[in-house]
Design a binder for this molecule. Sequence first.
Ligand code: SF4
Ligand code: MG
Length: 327
Amino acid sequence: TKHFPVRRRGRAALTGPRRAVQAVDDVTLTLRRGRVTALVGESGSGKSTVARLLAGLYPRTGGDIRLHGETVNVKHGKAFRAYARRVQMIFQDPFASLNPVHTVRYHLTRALKIHGRAGDDLEKSLHDLLSRVQLTPPERYIDKFPHELSGGQRQRVAIARALGADPEALLADEPVSMLDVSIRLGVLNLLRDLKERLHLAILYITHDIASARYFADETMVMYAGRMVEGGDSETITQNPAHPYTRLLIESAPDPDRLTTGADPAEVPAERGAGEPPSLIDPPSGCRFHPRCPVAMERCKTDLPPRFEVDDAPGHWAACWLYDGAAR
Ligand code: SF4
Ligand code: MG
């Protein structure tokens, strides 16, 4: 859980109620090695905040992080650094995440040194990293500056840098959404290949549910800071249970296309479905009820827990429609 306090000015700061943006509320997910888990939702649904919480970049408001069953003490410097090394983040904009005044060599050397992996033969370690991300021959790329590389090559350097830590998990926040459509597939295929060869757990954050179907083993859907549905990607995309997931799939320009771009939140007037709610005063009960075409009376007041959807093992939806007890 992550709530960001809202600063108020003037008298309201002294007398008004304390308010917070409830950016992430009671989200639970499990990453496993050798699997890609997609976290899908519109802009502002809280998915990037989940990645930042997992990376320890934000303090949590509640909840905890466990690695191999052990709670990670994020306040303890040494324990946290050991955890942070194993969980590396890849950002949306590879240009912003690489320092423009430094070469590929500098970025990768620094990552290896920070994580104590520079070894006796640094040159070989650097070449290995570049080969891992298919920037070959390595000599062609190692002394380049970020602006001398294409967007896709820069993202590969960012991935190589993450691999420099020898991580167990990659948290990839919209890793291809700023790249040309023509090269997105190549980067996703690279990540999938790394997942298999290095037995990585990958969290794949995207607004594009079609790419989740292609790339992820498992898909979780977020709406307004909460998780609303989860299960294997094929089930979620072919047989969505939650009314919001259905809307997300219907409003995608073409559910079978791969990563053509537009963020659903930027698609105008999507079937009259309205806007995502403010997270300062999120709707009571089910947060989706003001937009839900099949909302019932209880949805306005009662927060739905996760219910099993019985079409596939592990498929669940946080929606009263699946309340077995009521049926
Ligand atoms: Fe719609 Fe109610 Fe299900 Fe929420 S709980 S998605 S409002 S039917
Ligand atoms: Mg984001």
